[in-house]
Design a protein around this ligand. Structure first.
Ligand SMILES: [Zn+2]
Length: 359
């Protein structure tokens, strides 16, 4: 849904980045001589790697399906192959790579660089940092994928210079992340800010984690699409029914947005209810950590930024103690699909020295 994208990083689209690459190569003072950073977004269904120059301008990007069902060993080989191919495309020799940042589904042990348990990948106890570091010959910094995206927004996007940023990204599940005084907020031994598993509806629908009424179980894209499919089936959403039927796989964020636009008021109510639950969870987090910026991202928010920002703001502001009302802004993410790769690469630059000292 390109039309719904925020324009801030529109220049990072494939076509323009290719054009930019051509321009860079045609000039004699290529900034790539200084070195490069690699960002990697390891998702449950797709993987993306982007090679950046020292100013974090993209030089090359490669996207592939994850094929996680083929196992971690095969997956790591694919990751190494993709990074090698992207470096080749960017004409960067491995000795010029200063660091690799990889955003992985969590929870992770970032100190040891180990994926502990990633249900979306089916991978457990994978020492990703050690394997990649050895193969690529450059320092590798591991971070949670949502944390990486929130860090990207903090450095380059909608939450620039905020003291405390909470990110909430409703997608297939609901990811959460936090940047506090310039650092990704983390537990002593593992990543955290699992906003999706805050309980907002005791006794509510079953969550993928095995408990009932988690935010993810009532407000993820999957939960919204399921409720929308029921409404279509009942004849309450004629526009949605015509566009996508009742097939969950076809009820994507853009289709929901179009149905609301066309007048399916029940669909609008379903989406607003989901956003209200997100606001309830945000209010809980505000009481704990008082963020100054709350960034909302993911496909649903991209497709309906105004609806989400308005509804989450209203629900969260209404639920916080008076002293916290008006102390935080809710904004839509400004970066595109590259946010995690970009944030991971920038986070790697902040951490390679420290990590080398520690080991
Ligand atoms: Zn849960």
């Amino acid at each position: 849904m390109p039309a719904s994208r925020t324009p801030a990083r529109a220049s990072k689209s494939k076509a323009t980045s290719r054009a930019r690459r051509r321009t860079q190569r045609s000039t004699s003072s290529s900034p790539t001589k200084d070195g490069a950073w690699v960002g990697f977004d390891l998702g449950g269904t797709k993987m993306l790697t982007v090679v950046y120059d020292d100013e974090f301008q993209p030089l090359a990007r490669i996207r592939k399906r994850t094929k996680s069902h083929e196992g971690a060993k095969f997956g790591l080989e694919r990751i190494i192959g993709m990074i090698g191919a992207a470096l080749g495309e960017a004409e960067i020799t491995p000795d010029r790579v200063k660091g690799v940042g990889i955003g992985c589904p969590g929870p992770l042990d970032v100190k040891r660089g180990v994926i502990l348990d990633a249900p979306n990948l089916g991978w457990q106890q994978v020492p990703i940092r050690a394997v990649l570091g050895k193969a690529i010959g450059a320092p590798v910094v591991v971070a949670n994928d949502v944390d990486s995206g929130v860090y990207g927004e903090y450095r380059f996007g909608a939450a620039k210079n905020a003291r405390c940023v909470l990110g909430v990204f409703p997608g297939t599940g609901i990811g959460g992340g936090m940047v506090y005084e310039g650092r990704i907020f983390s537990g002593a031994t593992r990543t955290c800010v699992e906003v999706g598993h805050i309980q907002v509806m005791p006794g509510g629908p079953l969550c993928g984690c095995g408990h009932h009424g988690c935010l993810e179980a009532v407000a993820s894209r999957l939960a919204v699409a399921a409720a929308a499919a029921q409404a279509a089936q009942r004849g309450q959403a004629p526009n949605l029914l015509e566009a996508a039927g009742t097939d969950l796989a076809k009820i994507r964020s853009g289709v929901l947005a179009a149905a609301i636009e066309a007048g399916d008021v029940v669909i609008e109510r379903i989406v607003r209810d989901a956003a209200t639950h997100i606001g309830t969870a945000v209010a809980g987090v505000v009481h704990l950590i008082a963020p100054d910026v709350v960034v909302l991202g993911g496909g649903l928010v991209e497709a309906m930024p105004k609806l989400y920002v308005e509804t989450v703001t209203r629900a969260a502001q209404a639920r916080v103690l008076p002293a916290y009302a008006g102390t935080f802004r809710v904004v839509a993410a400004a970066l595109d699909d590259d946010a995690t790769a970009l944030g991971a690469a920038a986070w790697a630059r902040e951490n390679v020295a420290e990590q080398a000292e520690a080991s």
